[in-house]
Design a protein around this ligand. Structure first.
Ligand code: ZN
Length: 438
């Protein structure tokens, strides 16, 4: 894991290019403008009244037919994927994409023009760390059309893609890390390709006015028709990777993970971007440390230590955030990299030991027991732990919610509690504990 956080980047200066938009055939000028930290990527429609802007985020996704369209209200921006892919892969986090039409210029159907315009503007570091999402458990989506997209944990952003043409024609595979250098050299030059049988009806309906062999490769039967020869023998799968980068850019944070895509397309790509967003939301801290004031509803750390005799490094609860009647209690433990056990459990791969989660459950349950029997500072001893299950690993940065419910309290000497720990809405461990008090 790298110790220096990557910084956000924007353009050094504004820069522009002109061209034709694919679907309307209109002339369009696109200008890339620098933007402050945490701004993200936004499109600005200069041709509309009040020049509305729209965030290039998955929440604003509207359609995925042939190209990726975002919108808000009646406003639309079509075919956002190539310019977004270039900005993302070239390391630009914050920018305004100003346009005087509803679609960026198509150029030659690749992202080369955008790489050039970004390099012309220059990319500069900003003063704040970049948002990244390190995938920690496999994420996957599958579609009815036979597309499969998986993201596995990885230190880098990698894409392994299998492109499958109609009837298995032009099936291609490529696996690569995505860096600015790799993108510029290996991915950006790859052009849009279409199968003749797919575009023929659109051409008849006049739906792709700007389309021509100037900006797409057309495959008819086994023949490849294009203005210039193929730029790579596997140009198609490279363009698929380009589209994946652009569509996943709508997710927002930088991805640290290995995307494995079989038969990708704008639809499956967008679905994966949504799945990433869902997973990422789960890893956001579930509570702010100050969100639960001490008092009626809970106990702060000093009140916890008045009740429990445990001390560093064995106090496994930071705060009690709530009681429910006389039988239920919820405690919170923020798991940080400073926990002493992470030094050895395990070097380079810190995971909270499951037995310490059981200890946390016992401590939280004893707080409830001692509170209701008004007998603080006694020591609870385990008699048994049944049905203990560890379901998911707990990592530094996680907030452990420890729930305990007293199921049996005989006299004030013996108690039984059903407990479970939750991280990001998922049960990570559970067990039924029995203890006695001395
Ligand atoms: Zn494309």
């Amino acid at each position: 894991m790298s110790s220096t956080p990557e910084l956000q980047h924007t353009l050094a200066k504004s820069t522009s290019l002109s061209g034709t938009s694919l679907h309307t055939g209109e002339k369009v000028t696109l200008r890339l403008q620098p933007a402050p930290v945490d701004h993200g990527i936004k499109f600005k429609r200069k041709d509309l009244q009040d020049e509305p802007t729209i965030d290039a985020t998955i929440e604003n996704l509207k359609t995925v037919e042939r190209a990726t369209t975002i919108g808000e209200g009646a406003m639309r921006v079509h075919t956002v994927e190539h310019v977004l892919a270039a900005l993302c892969a070239m390391g630009v986090d914050n920018a305004v994409i100003e346009m005087d039409a509803n679609e960026p210029p198509i150029g030659d159907g690749s992202a080369q023009l955008y790489v050039e315009v970004i390099k012309k503007g220059g990319v500069v570091a900003q003063e704040k760390a970049r948002r990244t999402f390190a995938v920690r458990e496999p994420i996957h989506i599958e579609t009815k059309g036979g597309s499969l997209m998986v993201v596995l944990p990885d230190e880098k952003y990698r894409i392994s893609c299998t492109q499958v043409g109609p009837a298995g024609r032009f099936s291609q595979f490529l696996s690569t890390e995505i860096t600015p250098a790799v993108f510029e050299r290996e991915i950006a030059p790859a052009r849009t390709f279409v199968f003749y049988e797919d575009v023929q009806p659109l051409m008849e309906k006049n739906l792709i006015k700007g389309g021509s062999l100037e900006n797409a490769i057309v495959v008819r039967g086994d023949a490849v028709l294009s203005k210039e020869p193929l730029r790579f023998p596997d140009e198609f799968v490279r363009h698929k990777i380009l589209d994946i980068i652009g569509d996943l850019a709508l997710f927002g944070p930088r991805i640290r993970g290995h995307v494995i895509a079989v038969k990708p397309g704008h639809g499956p790509n967008a679905e994966l971007a949504r799945a990433l967003m869902k997973e990422h939301a789960k890893t956001m801290p579930a509570i702010q440390p100050r969100a639960f004031p001490p008092g009626e509803g809970g106990l702060d750390i000093n009140q916890v230590m008045d009740i429990l005799p445990h001390r560093f490094p064995f106090l496994m609860v930071d705060r009690i955030v709530g009681f429910e009647g006389e039988s239920k209690i919820t405690g919170v433990k923020s798991v940080t990299i400073n926990e002493p056990y992470f030094i050895g459990h395990f070097p380079g791969h810190p995971v909270m030991p499951g037995v310490l989660q059981v200890e946390a459950m016992a401590q939280v349950a004893s707080i409830l027991m001692m509170k209701i029997t008004k007998s603080a500072s006694r020591i609870g001893y385990f008699i048994s732990a049944d049905d203990v299950k560890f379901r998911k690993p707990v990592f530094p940065g996680d907030t452990l919610f420890i729930h305990a419910e007293l199921t049996k309290a005989r006299s004030n000497r013996l108690a039984k509690a059903k407990c479970h720990c939750i991280v990001n809405d998922a049960v990570v461990s559970e067990g039924e504990l029995m203890f006695t008090f001395l």
